[in-house]
Write a protein that binds this ligand. Structure first.
Ligand SMILES: [Zn+2]
Length: 292
């Protein structure tokens, strides 16, 4: 903790990996797990620990943490997740019997907006009694009709299905054309600035982010950075890492099965509107990635 913390400027130039490493280093729960900070441990195995919360809501309030640092639930490795959740019911029973208490509130805040205050994912087990004075977790009725969700679902369903099929390996992720890439860059100033000012950071981000990898497939980021500094992103023909395709200026799709490759060549004849669709979902994803 006594080590000097990076300046705002240094933070801005850090790769996602470096940021994750820094967060881990500053995580008080990781230090508790390593035994550097004293705590009252109530459970421990090779994957997780249970400790008394230092600011308990009721007597015996326990928090359960995976030993491996994960800031939010989606980043917990599946086997750790399975182990942690398979233990909750036994640990909740242990807490109930030890105190004793009537029941417990098992509480997870997944992300800051949901009320998560710790940098390390954790599960609260709060022993409950009818006279403990705690209010129950409020799920207020806001008068929203079920139909209100339909337009959003309708809009997102195609994208969700596409992501699902890509994850399952049922369809290949499409590499965008140079035109689509230029449009993404024109409309996403933050990404553009990052390529211009910090190409190494973009390259590092590509390693961990499949969507960025696809977006910049076959593109030499350093050449692109120089190109963007000096000119317009619509002149992207000269930045390919591999020889540019000779026809249509389209980047070759990767990992496509034979039929899909044939489909792709047929698509070139289609009106431009179709490509706009692909581009927009990609742009949405990219914008989302950089709008945290
Ligand atoms: Zn941690």
């Amino acid at each position: 903790m006594s080590e000097t913390q990076p300046t705002e400027e240094e933070l801005k130039n850090m790769s996602p990996e470096e940021l994750a490493e820094l967060q881990k280093k500053n995580c008080v729960f990781c230090r508790i797990i390593k035994g550097e900070v004293p705590t009252h441990k109530v459970y421990e195995d090779s994957t997780m620990i249970g400790i008394l919360d230092i600011y308990p809501s009721t007597k015996g309030h326990v928090i359960l943490l995976p030993k491996e640092h994960a800031p939010i639930m989606p980043l917990i490795p599946p086997d750790v997740f399975k182990h942690l959740f398979s233990k909750i019911k036994y640990l909740a029973k242990g807490v109930k019997d030890a105190l004793p208490s009537e029941r417990s509130t098992i509480f997870i805040a997944n992300g800051g907006v949901a009320g998560q205050q710790s940098p390390h994912f954790l599960v609260h087990v709060v022993p409950r009694n009818s006279d403990d004075g705690l209010t129950n977790f409020d799920v207020p009725k806001k008068g929203i009709s079920q139909e209100d969700i339909f337009p959003t679902l309708k809009m997102n369903l195609t994208k969700m299905m596409q992501s699902h099929l890509q994850r399952e390996g049922k369809i290949a992720i499409q590499t965008p054309s140079k035109d689509q890439l230029a449009e993404v860059l024109d409309q996403n100033q933050q990404l553009r600035d990052m390529i211009i000012n910090n190409p190494d950071q973009v390259k590092a981000a590509m390693e961990t982010n499949p969507q960025l990898k696809v977006l910049f497939n076959g593109i030499d980021i350093d050449k692109l950075s120089v190109k963007l500094k000096t000119g317009h992103s619509s002149e992207l023909e000269q930045v390919s890492a591999e020889p540019a395709p000779t026809e249509g200026g389209e980047a070759s799709p990767v990992d496509n099965k034979e039929e899909e490759t044939k489909e792709e060549s047929k698509k070139e004849e289609k009106p431009k509107q179709d490509k706009k669709e692909d581009h927009h979902s990609l742009l949405d994803k990219v914008t989302h990635m950089f709008s945290k």
